[in-house]
Design a protein around this ligand. Structure first.
Ligand SMILES: Cc1ncc(COP(=O)(O)O)c(C=O)c1O
Length: 379
């Protein structure tokens, strides 16, 4: 491992973001194998790199997009299809999961009869005005207790409002096709899924009894990755979801999911280089050539705690690892166990950095961010 990484560093320099497409394919296949009833829509926002989309497209994935630009990133791969096959692909394999869509976007996607989510009455009016061909998914507010990133303070209708929203849609001549939820990202509290499935089941059954032909359950994202040893394996969560889905939802309900992090997080490793070193109030600070404005942006936006390891051995101590910019906010972590004898020019390695990292990287202060390279591409 160390040898092959040093070779890549020699070729490409640092910071270096190494994306392993075999791991990407493995994650997709693990997801499909353990949740056989669930159609997998990769949440492009987690990492929209075109090569990731291409690999997942070739695996047969469906896609969850939040904007017209994300939609066009998928469209690129079906551009050469005949028009009717394009329409079929979009209709069957793309969901617009952002509950708020501007009128321009709605106007542009109207011709595709898209599947779109909503969670409020004003959005319904906008959809009616600008995109009445859409199939609608009502997003519900569900518990996100303990998840790394919570969702329910910004998204999701109160379950008690579901009945009137479905009725309003129907009165407007719109079609509600199903319900969705998101239990919060990196959800390690599996009770969130159990409760969300129960809420969704009650609402689906109730709506069906009242004559609304709902047929889709969208269980969102949130599937956790093993950032540390505490995270229970995906197989256990998948078994719980599969069992609950079979208990609560009849076979004619199609089940879909929008995993982002689970697909890409473990596929990437970042190599950074120590470019400065100082002791401040007794604590050793390593300044590296990537930071929170760049590949470590997940520290800010994703509440992520990165891991670091060094190539050189030495007596461990609690260190600070900070970014290269002229901003004191650019501190990646103030409590990393690293050897105290690392020197300028030494490398650090950060694993599981594929999700919500390069996706929100900037060029702040004139630093370009990591070079992205791909391994195990299959073409
Ligand atoms: C609507 C929606 N679906 C799916 C995802 C992906 O979630 P995760 O990366 O936790 O799987 C997100 C993440 O923010 C989201 O907002």
């Amino acid at each position: 491992m160390k040898k092959s990484i040093l070779k890549l560093i020699e070729q490409h320099g640092t910071p270096l973001f190494i994306l392993d497409h075999r791991k990407l394919r493995d994650s997709y296949r693990t997801f499909k194998k353990n949740l056989p009833r669930v159609q997998c829509y990769y949440a492009v926002k987690a990492n929209s790199h075109p090569e990731i989309i291409k690999t997942l497209f070739l695996e047969g994935s469906s896609f969850d997009v939040a904007s017209y630009n994300e939609f066009m990133q998928i469209y690129k791969y079906i551009n050469h299809f005949e028009e009717k096959d394009q329409d079929l692909f979009i209709w069957d394999k793309i969901i617009f999961s952002n509950t708020i869509k501007d009128k321009e976007t709605l106007g542009k996607i109207k011709r595709y009869r898209p599947l779109v989510t909503f969670d409020n009455s004003d959005e319904l009016k906008k959809i009616k005005e600008c995109c009445d061909t859409a199939g609608l998914i009502l997003r519900l507010k569900v518990p996100d207790t303990g998840s790394q990133v919570e969702m329910s303070s910004k998204f999701g209708a109160e379950p008690g409002d579901a009945d009137h929203l479905i009725r309003q849609a129907s009165d407007e001549g719109l079609v509600v096709e199903g319900v969705s939820f998101h239990v919060g990202s990196q959800c390690t509290n599996f009770d969130n899924y159990t409760e969300a499935l129960a809420i969704a089941s009650t609402i689906l059954q109730d709506a069906r009894k009242k004559g609304h032909p709902l047929k889709i359950l969208d269980i969102g994202g949130g599937f956790p990755v093993p950032y540390d040893g505490q995270v229970v394996e995906f197989e256990k969560l998948a078994n719980l979801i599969d069992t609950e889905c079979n208990r609560l939802f009849p076979e004619d309900i199609e089940i879909i999911a929008e995993p982002g992090r689970f697909m890409v997080a473990t596929a990437a490793t970042l190599i950074t280089e120590i470019v400065g070193k100082s002791r401040r109030d007794g604590k050793l600070f390593y300044y590296i050539n990537d930071g929170v404005y760049h590949t470590f942006s997940g520290v800010v936006y994703d509440h992520w705690q990165p891991n670091f390891s060094a190539f050189r051995r030495g007596k461990m101590e609690v260190c600070a690892v900070v970014g290269p910019t002229c901003d004191s906010f650019d501190k990646i972590s103030l409590s990393v166990q690293l050897p105290g004898n690392l020197e300028i020019g030494d490398y650090l390695l950060t694993e599981n950095i594929g999700a919500y990292s390069t996706a929100s990287s900037t060029n702040f202060n004139g630093f370009d961010g990591a070079r992205i390279i791909h391994t195990n591409l299959r073409r």
